[in-house]
Design a binder for this molecule. Structure first.
Ligand code: ADP
Length: 271
């Protein structure tokens, strides 16, 4: 019998199908992009389904998914790896990006503009025809596995212009635009994810629609699909709808008393 083959990406494999309801033909478009291993940007507001979509695609393509939430403290070593001291001296440890590059995963950098540009510069040579990752500290040039793909997400409405994606970075990617699903679909998603009746989910979605009208008029973002699911989960758990919405939407979204009472008004109109 052959010894089992060690799979360095075993922890990143998605075994069961992630629930995802398409809003358009993004599934087919992703498949085309993946066929050519084209780097992709998923654009859209926070909590609208970008992460769930890439999880679903990785599962359906049978590829492991290495996800990294970017932040400004992240260094290039956090992506590519570093030497660490162990019992036998110092040994190189591949970072998550390097693991995906070497072994053919999909690497998803969530909120990529949150990372400093001296960190994200390491992805440049991966996004052109060379498909290489230089590990400067180790003196190694890793050629990407044929199945490797880079996907990043980005919320264009949210960041300051200082944090916009540099043109030299963004023009290396093809882009898919996401938004909150239309009302009926969003209610179906909330009902499924929170385990609540469709009628209740539809009321929550109606609150979200009102809140989204306040974007750039006092709110940075309206209520997201994720927040609606949180509200639904608390309601299912026996918390009153008003308290649930207060906790998961109003208080979470704003510190401004006028904005908070506007949001409470939307909730009271439904419950
Ligand atoms: P983003 O990555 O855009 O911030 P997520 O993918 O984490 O947002 O979405 C938040 C939650 O909303 C998901 O965990 C999922 O429960 C739900 N969701 C949003 N859109 C969809 C969709 N189209 N199909 C299924 N679930 C969705």
């Amino acid at each position: 019998m052959n010894a089992p083959v060690h799979d360095p990406l075993a922890a990143y494999r998605i075994e069961t199908e992630p629930f995802y309801r398409p809003a358009g033909h993004e599934v087919a478009l992703y498949r085309h992009a993946y066929r050519h291993r084209m780097p992709l940007i998923l654009k859209g507001p926070t909590g609208c389904g970008k992460t769930r979509f890439v999880e679903h695609m990785a599962w359906s393509l049978g590829r492991p998914l290495v996800t990294l939430a970017c932040n400004e403290d992240m260094t290039a070593s956090d992506l590519v790896g570093r030497y660490l001291l162990d019992a036998n001296g110092t040994a190189w440890h591949d970072g998550p990006l390097t693991l995906a590059v070497r072994h053919g995963g999909i690497c998803y950098l969530d909120e990529v503009v949150e990372a400093r540009q001296d960190t994200t510069v390491v992805i440049h040579p991966l996004t052109d025809a060379r498909r290489i990752l230089p590990l400067d500290k180790k003196g190694e040039l890793v050629h990407a596995h044929p199945d490797f793909q880079l996907v990043v997400s980005y919320n264009p409405g949210y960041q300051s212009s200082a944090k916009d994606m540099k043109p030299s970075t963004r023009q290396r990617f093809a882009a898919l635009e996401f938004d909150y699903p239309d009302g009926a679909l969003e209610a179906e998603i909330v009902a499924h994810e929170a385990g609540v009746e469709l009628e209740l989910a539809a009321k929550l979605v109606a609150i979200a629609h009102c809140s989204r009208e306040l974007k750039h008029r006092g709110l940075d973002e309206g209520v997201s699909t994720r927040m609606l699911i949180y509200a639904g989960v608390l309601i299912r758990d026996g918390v009153s709808p008003r308290d649930s919405c207060d906790m998961t939407m109003t208080r979470a979204l704003t510190d401004d008393p006028d904005m908070a009472s506007a949001l409470q008004g939307f909730v009271e109109a439904q419950f």
